[in-house]
Design a protein around this ligand. Sequence first.
Ligand SMILES: NC(=O)c1ccc[n+]([C@@H]2O[C@H](COP(=O)([O-])OP(=O)(O)OC[C@H]3O[C@@H](n4cnc5c(N)ncnc54)[C@H](OP(=O)(O)O)[C@@H]3O)[C@@H](O)[C@H]2O)c1
Length: 296
Amino acid sequence: MAHSPDRDTPSFPHPALAVGCMRLGSWGAALNTPGLQAFVEGCLECGLTLFDHADIYGHYSTEQDFGRLLQQQPALRSQLTLISKCGIRMPSPNRPDHAIKFYDSSPAHLVASVEQSLRNLHTDFLDILLLHRPDLLLDPHALAETFTALRQQGKVRAFGLSNFRPSQVQMLLAVYPDLAFHQVEFSPLQPAAFLDGTLDQCQERGLRPMAWSPLAGGKLMEHAKLQAIWPELSQRYDASPESLAYAWLLAHPAGIIPVTGTTRLDRIREAARARSILLTRQDWYRVWSAVQGEVA
Ligand SMILES: NC(=O)c1ccc[n+]([C@@H]2O[C@H](COP(=O)([O-])OP(=O)(O)OC[C@H]3O[C@@H](n4cnc5c(N)ncnc54)[C@H](OP(=O)(O)O)[C@@H]3O)[C@@H](O)[C@H]2O)c1
């Protein structure tokens, strides 16, 4: 499927990685503004320019932390491609009206959420907005109208989904064919997207897949069966196990964009190195088989 030519949907080379921001603030490293500046500049030095936010990260505070950096260093904005997500409403000291966790894809909530993200991030526009989770009460036509209006107003340049089932993506593509991204969890420990039609659909419909928790929240590096094969692979490719783990995702022809989760620049550098590693098919399947068992 080709996207409309008049859309300025950001496109990325293959291979490409995104920098996840979930753990940079109060849900993780709690970087102060100078620490965040060093981290962001270090990512840019590695050629990583795509930053993945969500309204909820840090209990609705991490976008603001990041925005303080952009307020102090406005010239940085043009070097960054900013993703945010919306649609989850969670109980938080910063959202006292949320008594329970729920999903909200209503036009009023999406527009208010985007406008809040723009204020938080000190930017006029988001490069990419993802609907964070499938809302059980989702109205596809209202969503398409909201995306269209946000785009026409210049507040968001491109749209995608996160954590949707292929049937839900299909329904939404029917009313909004310019969906450009689908962010789901996948790694050798969470391989559902390889098997449930998610990647097939991305390839068929031209959605660029993004992989969240590419190291399974860090568990991948501790997995006993993988630890048994990393030394041989590390020697063959002259690469660290974490570089190989990202290279494993980058090897897929769908053009998966792994979204890093680390808060450490040395580990960002290892992630960036993955772009120059080309795993053989046999080694790709070695990683798959170590965790999932040999293929039939
Ligand atoms: N769309 C969604 O629903 C969704 C859900 C979850 C996350 N996300 C996005 O995906 C991003 C990544 O998720 P994630 O944080 O779970 O990713 P991850 O890369 O699987 O896990 C990162 C965690 O693993 C730790 N870690 C341990 N050993 C590591 C190593 N050798 N190299 C790198 N990290 C290591 C990191 O600690 P250190 O910081 O100490 O390195 C960090 O705590 C998030 O930041 C967010 O942007 C999206």
